[in-house]
Design a protein around this ligand. Sequence first.
Ligand code: DOR
Ligand code: ZN
Length: 354
Amino acid sequence: MIASVNQISLLKPDDWHLHLRDGKILKGVLSHTADVFCRAIIMPNLDPPITTLSQAQEYKKRIIQSIPKGVSFTPLMTAYLTDDMPANVLERGFREGVFHGAKLYPANVTTNSSYGVTDISKVSNLFETMERIGMPLLIHGEVTDFNVDVFDREAVFIERHLEPLLRTFSSLKVVLEHITTIDAIDFVEKSEFDIAATITPHHLHINRNAMFNGGLRSDFYCLPTAKREIHRIALRQAATSGKPCFFLGTDSAPHTRRFKESSCGCAGIFNAPFALESYLKVFEEENALDRFEAFSSINGATFYGLPLNTERITLIRKDISVPQMIDVGLDGDPNDFVKPFHSGETLRWAIEDV
Ligand code: DOR
Ligand code: ZN
């Protein structure tokens, strides 16, 4: 990485956690990622979810068809674990390079997770297979127990489920996704197991107050929810630490206005349009620009055992205004626009036009 006061050049980054959706909106959201990132781990929480090789292959085709002309981008597909997922589907999918990992959603934990795993102990056979073949397990680490406070659900998941899981399957490769707490940071950092974590831009910028600032603001509602300020500060330290166990995963999760501005607003923040600029703001504020490339372009690929990208990207110091809304190519009705993270703000690094 080469950094000066006004310019940064780094290996092109990858996004290790991304929601692209499907249908008409796919094209409208994909370009924001494909223009900047070389690869992305694609979340399988469609409805119905991606549980078979052919579903993953078909979805991958639809993604590839939606990539803007002249842009090179590789979607890395994942499988959605269900109670009755056959282990041989995972094994075949991984060996044939169709699946790069499998996602564990505890049933009903978040958007389109009702097909998820109802009881982790029911799918031990899947973990056994994944451990044997070296297939990464990607975890949405929150308990769904209604009696557990929503802000404690990540910490409780670690204690109740993740710790015991890793003790049983001690060679399993695990990514704890979109971590939000000091508990998760400590667990990953100090673990004797093969575990890493992704960190989103929004959890580096907002704490839980953002959801209640002058009213109920669903634009800042995502899952896991942002936590107290002490957690945000710790996340910024973890992300900018350069430690190989932390890497970039935006969890960009677009929902149109009609689904956000509702009495039951959907969880998810659409950060893809300015993701890199958003992360850079944090790294600059933390005086850690020299560690950005490890986080954005090296640690994730290394964990997944994939080659590093060879292309480079340049960012220049330039003010950019983030629009209020993004038209994602639906029918032009403002209710079908999506609000980007940082809407209405000015960010200070911009991707150089090529
Ligand atoms: O905020 C979130 N949105 N968290 C998730 O886990 C899912 C995602 C989505 O798909 O909308
Ligand atoms: Zn996600």
